[in-house]
Design a protein around this ligand. Structure first.
Ligand code: PLP
Length: 422
């Protein structure tokens, strides 16, 4: 930050503040992670200067020789990593990748069937304020309240009743293994396209620790910055050899949804895909899973309800309904103790989506900084200590201060970016 510091002290101070927060606070937001320095180097480099509308070999601008090679490499690696026959590495974000898939696969006004936001789906899966809920006739499925599992019978019933053109599977908050084959069977029964958004689990899928949706879905999208630990961005894949489909998807990204691709981000995606093919990446993802199970286990031991009874991926939802606590208040109290989580609706939530009765907790970021099962169990204990005091209706100042001190010590023992971390 030296040159920014010298030129713009105000901004440098803000950047430093965020850098300090990332080092000194514990990050449990399930969609966040810490990329490698290599990823940030690529993303912060000169490729940000280049316009490259079009695709490798077919650009609307000159001077694309080097960036053509970069994009081709990113595509090749994405295909290898996920066993895909086609990849589009240009989407600026997950939401834009999804918008492009909609544009390619359905028409405005068509019926789509996706998981509701309140039950763990994403905004782009048909939520009312999003383009997917505004321009399409969105029907929404959810979880079976008794099992916490996706209600596949409801998906089937809604599909038969509404005959959607596209079914969307995938989630932002779900801790079990999705039955991709069941979704395929339901989609086939009603002649719908099956679109899987694997944004949350892409890193686990890449490591072979969560079933890949590629063999089942017509189209798969993902973000590159969650469990996959790359730069912020989107990616579209398919295992299909259908060239007409590839062409449709390419056209929907550019010129359908976007102008020039972010070539610096594409370079950073190429780095992340290479990293995800290393044996250490599998070990990392194994620890992500083990840490999530360890954390969920402590909450259960301490009498808290974990939705679905546990976790089989990198995250879980804690219901605070029986403690009479809101997610909003719990999120704020933990934040004061320098533990970052996010409030989240839970099934049958009596509170509004802005208040909620739950927390979403994920382990990709803490695992990247080196926390193991022991640190994760300790951390869950601290969270329970704060929630216990809250649910007893007592003041939380003292417990927040005591946890904050312990968080500072733990973070100092596990720096995110060290001299030695690549
Ligand atoms: N899809 C899912 C399942 C997500 O969880 C998210 C983000 O949280 C997105 C898409 C959107 O990604 P972005 O924030 O990059 O637009």
């Amino acid at each position: 930050l030296d040159s920014i510091q010298a030129y713009d002290a105000d901004l440098a101070q803000m950047l430093n503040e965020e850098q300090q927060r990332q080092e000194a606070h514990i990050e449990l937001i399930a969609s966040e992670n810490y990329t490698s320095i290599r990823v940030m180097e690529a993303q912060g480099g000169q490729l940000t200067n280049k316009y490259a509308e079009g695709y490798p070999g077919k650009r609307y601008y000159g001077g694309c020789e080097a960036v053509d090679k970069v994009e081709a490499l990113a595509i090749e690696r994405a295909c290898k990593l996920f066993g895909a026959r086609y990849a589009n590495v240009q989407p600026h974000s997950g939401a834009q990748a999804n918008a492009a898939v909609f544009m390619a696969m359905v028409n405005p006004g068509d019926t789509i069937l996706g998981m509701s936001l309140a039950h763990g789906g994403h905004l782009t899966h048909g939520a009312a304020p999003n383009f997917s809920g505004k321009y399409y006739k969105a029907v929404q499925y959810g979880l079976n309240p008794d099992t916490g599992e996706i209600d596949y019978d409801e998906v089937e019933r809604l599909a038969r009743e509404h005959q959607p053109k596209m079914i969307i599977a995938g989630f932002s908050a779900y801790s079990l293994i999705v039955d991709w084959a069941r979704f395929r069977q339901i989609a086939d029964e009603v002649g719908a396209v099956l679109f899987v958004d694997m944004a949350h689990i892409a890193g686990l899928v890449a490591a072979g620790l969560y079933p890949s949706p590629l063999p089942f879905a017509d189209v798969v999208s993902t973000t590159t910055h969650k469990t996959l630990r790359g730069p912020r961005g989107g990616l579209i894949l398919t295992a299909s050899d259908d060239e007409a489909l590839h062409k449709k998807l390419n056209g929907a990204v550019f010129p359908g949804q976007q102008g020039g691709p972010l070539m610096h981000v594409i370079a950073a995606k190429a780095v992340a895909f290479k990293e995800a093919m290393e044996p250490e990446f599998i070990t990392y993802q194994q620890h992500v899973l083990g840490n999530a199970q360890a954390m969920a286990g402590v909450f259960i031991e301490r009498g808290y309800e974990v939705i679905s009874g546990g976790t089989k991926d990198h995250l879980f939802l804690l219901s605070l309904i029986s403690q009479g606590l809101t997610g909003k208040a719990a999120d704020a109290a933990l934040g004061r103790a320098h533990i970052t989580v996010n409030k989240n609706s839970v099934p049958n939530d009596p509170q509004s989506p802005f208040v909620t009765s739950g927390l979403r907790i994920g382990t990709p970021a803490v695992t990247s900084r080196g926390f193991g099962v022991s640190e994760c169990r300790t951390l869950s204990g601290w969270i329970c200590d704060i929630l216990d005091v809250m649910s007893a209706g007592q003041a939380t100042d003292a417990i927040e201060a005591s946890v904050r001190d312990k968080v500072a010590e733990l973070c100092a023992r596990f720096p995110v970016y060290t001299e030695t971390r690549a």
